[in-house]
Design a protein around this ligand. Structure first.
Ligand SMILES: [Zn+2]
Length: 421
């Protein structure tokens, strides 16, 4: 390996100094370090299919009239998370293609295999990305982790990797399609730097500098929507308001950081999404597997009391409803699935979806077994279901009858099933 000579080192350090001096003098003159490219220029936007990057895509088109080349980087294209992200990506790509045909370009997809990722790590909670020694104190409070520390992302080196993929994609566009791109934009928003070290302005500037130095080409610009100096400073709320004004429904964007088909409603990304809608006081159209965890989080004391009271009243009502319903179910009662109810199955999970109410429920093994029996038979009596459950799981007939009735009552109450005498 050839090492740098002292002269070369000296030359490099001089270039850094020159670069910094130039930027610093510009900063002192209150000029922009750089600005967003002129109308009709081309940029690369790193997209995840999430609310931020999907809306930023339209924002760059509408506000700045830029040709946006979205770049999606996946570690496992077969994972539930990737599939959900890609569904979102293609869904909005189709919409933008129709709405903004001049500036829309199809997303480019790259697979990158990480050697390590906290996101795939089973014991993520135990080895939290908030407990690492490299973390710095932060003046902003992170509501999700209830801490004043910045975290690292699930894949801590991803911004470096992404910036070089952005660069490679730009070369591909330049030499194979004769399109000049010097801007690599990350889907980073103003509030991201409150809890993620990768999203700070300094981090992005240093990645920009490292790219320029590595390539000895100072045309490259790497930035996100967290830069006040170029008036490119947006929060989730700004983007949601923009979406509303541009008639874009953000419902089908995918923010969740967990490997589930539907938004989990429990991870930091889901939390930020829920919070943005809550603070804007606009209805959140997203379907979450479990939003309970955050429902009381935002409430002030009196709200908590009201919620507790409501929950108590509702649970008493539910008990009464359950009691009445269970009395309705006889051995010969026929069970049917209501209209507008859909079921779908992944490798391990079985979900039922109530289209009228927007609810989703995950069924356990015996629950999905009962559901499939009802589905296959269209109409089936309670006693038949109970007998099959009894045989399949080898439990007492009393137990299987109790379980069957409990299942039927629960899903009838939730509006999934109906009975016929
Ligand atoms: Zn989530």
């Amino acid at each position: 390996m050839k090492l740098h000579t002292i002269n070369e080192e000296h030359f490099i350090i001089e270039r850094i100094n020159e670069f910094i001096r130039k930027q610093y003098s510009q900063l002192r003159n209150r000029k922009e370090i750089f600005k967003l490219p002129n109308k009709d220029s081309s940029v690369i936007l790193l997209v995840s299919g999430g609310l931020d990057s999907i809306l930023l895509w339209a924002y760059l088109i509408l506000k700045y009239k830029l040709h946006v080349y979205p770049l999606y980087i996946a570690s496992n294209l077969q994972s539930k998370q990737s599939i959900a992200q890609l569904e979102s990506l293609f869904f909005y790509s189709d919409i933008y293609n129709k709405k903004y045909p001049k500036y829309h370009h199809d997303p480019y997809i790259v697979q990158h295999n990480w050697l390590f990722s906290f996101s795939n790590f089973k014991k993520r909670d135990k080895y939290s990305t908030h407990d690492l020694p490299l973390l710095v104190n932060n003046i902003s409070h992170d509501d999700y982790y209830n801490s004043y520390a910045l975290g690292v992302s699930g894949t801590p080196s991803r911004w470096f990797v992404y910036s070089y993929y952005g660069y490679e994609y730009a070369l591909k566009l330049r030499y194979l399609s004769h399109i000049t791109v010097n801007d690599i934009i990350f889907g980073v928003l103003a509030e991201d730097q409150e809890f993620l070290s990768e999203s700070s302005l300094a981090t992005l500037k240093s990645i920009n500098l490292s790219l320029c130095l590595t390539l000895q080409d100072f045309k490259w610009r790497v930035y996100g929507a967290n830069d006040k100096s170029i008036d490119f400073y947006l929060s989730k709320k700004d983007l949601l308001l923009f979406a509303r004004s541009a008639s874009i429904n953000a419902k089908y964007t995918r923010s969740c950081g967990n490997n589930t088909s539907i938004h989990c409603g429990e991870c930091p990304s889901c939390y930020a999404r829920i919070k943005a809608y809550q603070t804007l006081k606009i209805p959140d159209p997203t379907i979450y597997l479990n939003k309970e965890k955050f429902r009381t989080n935002i409430s002030q004391k009196f709200k908590t009391i009201i919620l507790q009271y409501l929950r108590y009243t509702l649970s008493s009502l539910a008990k009464i409803k359950t009691f009445i319903m269970s009395k309705k179910i006889q051995s010969n009662t026929l069970i049917m699935i209501k209209s507008n109810i859909y079921a779908y199955e992944t490798n391990k999970e079985f979900y039922i979806y109530n289209k009228n109410k927007g609810y989703i429920e995950e069924l356990n093994e015996s629950g999905s077994y009962l559901w499939k029996l009802i589905q296959e038979n269209k109409k089936i009596s309670m006693v038949e279901l109970s007998n099959k459950l009894n045989k399949k799981y080898n439990i007492s007939s009393k137990q299987s009858q109790q379980d069957t009735v409990a299942f039927l009552v629960n899903y009838a109450n939730l509006g999934y099933l109906q009975f016929e005498k």
